[in-house]
Design a protein around this ligand. Structure first.
Ligand code: FAD
Ligand code: SF4
Length: 458
């Protein structure tokens, strides 16, 4: 350990741009044994490890780094699965630069340990050696219904099944995984990793009901009568528009419609809603993870040009920094400090966006900079297809009222510190409660809600 001067920080190797643009395979390669061991060997084993605090799951990072460095891979696997429902997935998709690696004590000097890449290696290496996550064979009487199969729902199911509870999951889509299946593209997360985890939950006894929307295909009241507890993890799936003229034109699309259509096509699903961007000039409005996924999917679909329009500067982009770098490498052009004013149309077809340039104000007392519109700075960007990637809000479906589950002013489900809603049999977590956020925070909510449910049912 402590070998941070001997070994430098090394990020996982990326596939060559020319190759990766031809498919949706993952961009990053999984670390081999020696690279994972070297990176782990850099750890200082801090007494008060900031990486652990920076991880929303509070993963025991120094402990599994030590076991990886000292060649105890089985123990590293057990430790990394202890707190996390799917470490090999989060190692791939967490924005580590703002979480564990951003908090690593080495980050400001020698370079953070490549924690996410080691985390993925630890599990993938264990799976390759035939190890699997463990579940309890001692079945308990408590029955829990999980609504939604995204990271929050999968996490709650995992921790309940580990203790032997009976779990049934209800998902309105035709595949499980939530945004990990139909949002995050394959070049960040191979879909087989999600299916693999789902299959283990089914092997552990979970019943999965696909194409089953609660409130439509099955009533929430029936669930309340049939189960001891309910966990709601229905995400925040209502897309936002910019509220500008022309945005309902036939060639202006919501980000999720582009991404879901491409992923269904790649998975071989029959689907009539595919948005074809081949040989088209694509403008994507937005600067978060969703916008990055849209621009990078568009270049893979053969768009003739792809531009990302963002109202702040690059330093203030909300998404993962490494994904911006990847998008640039893949040929995406970024236009910073622009705000859409109106979408110009001919009939019902958008021809482009009239934009105003912006500046960033001086930081206020809290350090935040505001966007200032530069009046009179209008200019035009031509487009064949415009994609709105402006974020998501919870849908607050009608079945919540049926269950007497209260929501707040923006549709988020209100919960107590123990994830209990206004109906004490019903718990909630993930994006439907906190607003659109991250897979790892949804996973942490699902885990902690499951623990709270088990306290009551024990
Ligand atoms: C394009 C995109 C890229 C992203 N990239 C990243 C990333 O790289 N890293 C990261 O950490 N986060 C990323 N995120 C955010 C992350 O995916 C979400 O924060 C996370 O998936 C939220 O998990 P969840 O379980 O709360 O909800 P979701 O993943 O949204 O899952 C909710 C599930 O509930 C189902 N459902 C809804 N209503 C019902 C009902 N009535 N009955 C039955 N089922 C229902 C939905 O179909 C869905 O499957 C991204 C998000 C998007 C949109
Ligand atoms: S779950 Fe995410 S934040 Fe936590 S250790 Fe893994 S990569 Fe880091």
């Amino acid at each position: 350990m402590l070998n941070f001067t001997k070994f430098e920080r090394i990020s996982p190797e990326k596939r060559d741009v020319l190759h990766r643009l031809k498919d949706y395979d993952e961009v990053y390669k999984v670390f081999g044994d020696s690279r994972a061991k070297e990176q782990s060997d850099r750890c200082m084993q801090c007494g008060d490890p900031y990486c652990h605090t920076g991880c929303p799951l509070g993963n025991f990072i120094p402990a599994w780094l030590k076991q990886t460095a000292t060649k105890n891979p089985d123990l590293a696997f057990a430790l990394s699965n202890e707190t996390s429902p799917f470490p090999e997935i989060l190692g791939r998709i967490c924005p580590q630069d703002s979480l564990c690696e951003g908090a690593c004590s080495l980050n400001t000097g020698h370079g953070a340990i490549a924690i996410g890449a080691v985390e993925t290696h630890v599990s993938e290496d264990a799976f390759a050696r035939g190890l699997k996550p463990k579940f309890s064979n001692n079945k308990k009487d408590g029955k829990i219904a999980i609504i939604g199969s995204g990271p929050a729902g999968i996490s709650a199911a995992t921790f309940l099944l580990r203790k032997g509870y009976q779990v049934e999951m209800f998902e309105r889509a035709d595949r499980a995984g939530g945004l990990m299946m139909y949002g995050i593209p394959g070049f960040k997360l191979d879909k087989s990793t999600v299916d693999r985890r789902m299959n283990w939950l089914i092997e552990a006894g979970m019943k999965l009901h696909l194409n089953c929307e609660i409130g439509k295909d099955k009533s929430a009241k029936d669930l309340e009568n049939e189960f001891d507890s309910i966990f709601i993890g229905i995400g925040a799936t209502a897309s936002r528009y910019a509220g500008i003229e022309g945005e309902k034109s036939s060639n202006v699309h919501l980000a999720m419609n582009l991404l879901t259509g491409i992923q269904k096509k790649n998975l071989g699903n029959k689907n009539s809603d595919f948005i074809d961007v081949k040989n088209k000039k694509v403008l994507v409005i937005g600067g978060g993870d969703t916008a990055m996924d849209c621009v990078r999917s568009s270049v893979r679909e053969g768009a003739s040009s792809v531009k990302c329009l963002y109202r702040r500067n690059e330093a203030n982009m909300p998404g993962s920094k490494k994904e911006v770098v990847n998008a640039k490498e893949e040929g995406v052009e970024f236009v910073f400090n622009v705000s859409p004013k109106v979408i110009k149309t001919e009939g019902n077809i958008a021809t482009g966006v009239e934009l105003l340039t912006t500046s960033m104000s001086e930081p206020d007392d809290s350090g935040r900079q505001k966007v200032v519109i530069n009046e009179g700075s209008e200019y035009f960007e031509e487009a064949d297809i415009i994609i709105m990637a402006l974020g998501f809000t919870p849908e607050a479906p009608a079945f919540l009222k049926e269950l007497n589950v209260e929501t707040n002013s923006w549709g988020g489900i209100e919960i107590s510190k123990t994830f209990q809603t206004s109906n004490n049999k019903v718990y909630a977590g993930g994006d439907c409660e906190r607003g659109a956020h991250l897979a790892v925070t949804a996973a942490a909510d699902g885990r902690d809600a499951a623990r709270a449910i088990m306290q009551i049912l024990a």
